[in-house]
Design a protein. Structure first.
Length: 214
């Protein structure tokens, strides 16, 4: 998916098929990678094919399946890793997470930057912003590009579902509040790239999501 202002490409990667998204300015080729959850070599090869220069890797949250390839991508590109501070405890417990899901452990580098609520995401003409949407994890983030009617929701909102809240730091009341107050207030035509599975739209979820009603 692309338009005159922003190039967007999403690919499921890693053992849990996390949706990793490339966002790029088509003129400068400056890019951001969201949630590189595995298959680092495939992602790096694709960046070369697209001639994209990554300067930032941003994470919707710090469950292992959303940053398994972050270390290798940082090493290869020099990009800075960004995360909400409240998920640092999850980043630091990757070994425990991997053990729980039977996935080989590779120690990640520490985050370089802390994401803030309503922080601007500079993509030249297509300005975005980060939204703190706690519930799936304490530091869960969504990334909104309002002019493109595009939201990258991570595991906060799915097609017909929401992120689980039974893992470390999960809270159903908070995810419900985040979705109602910060996502369902967006333009109903906003497309939603979810953390796993099919994309959806804000309007569709407002009308049909049985977990959180508008």
């Amino acid at each position: 998916m692309s338009d005159a202002n922003l190039f967007v490409e999403t690919k499921p990667v890693g053992p849990l098929q996390c949706n990793c998204t490339f966002l790029a300015d088509p003129v400068s080729r400056k890019a951001i990678v969201v949630d590189p959850g595995g298959d680092a070599e495939i992602l790096l090869d694709r960046l070369v094919e697209l001639d994209l220069q990554v300067d930032r890797i941003i994470h919707t949250h710090a469950h292992l399946d959303h940053f398994l390839a972050s270390g290798k991508m940082k090493e290869a590109t020099g990009a800075k890793l960004a995360l909400h501070r409240e998920d640092l405890f999850l980043w630091d417990m990757l070994e425990d997470q991997c053990r729980m899901f039977g996935i080989p452990f590779e120690k990640p580098p520490p985050p370089d930057q802390w994401l803030e609520h309503e922080e601007e995401i500079d993509m030249n003409k297509a300005q975005g912003k980060a939204l703190h949407t706690p519930g799936h994890t304490p530091g869960s983030m969504c990334f909104l590009f309002e002019s493109q009617k595009l939201l990258i929701a991570g595991d906060t909102l799915f097609h017909g579902s929401i992120g689980r809240t039974d893992l470390w730091g999960g809270d159903f009341r908070k995810i419900e509040q985040s979705i109602r107050e910060k996502l369902y207030t967006l333009d109903e035509e906003t497309s939603v790239i979810t953390g796993h599975g099919d994309s959806t739209s804000i309007g569709h979820e407002m009308r049909s999501n049985s977990f959180v009603r508008a």
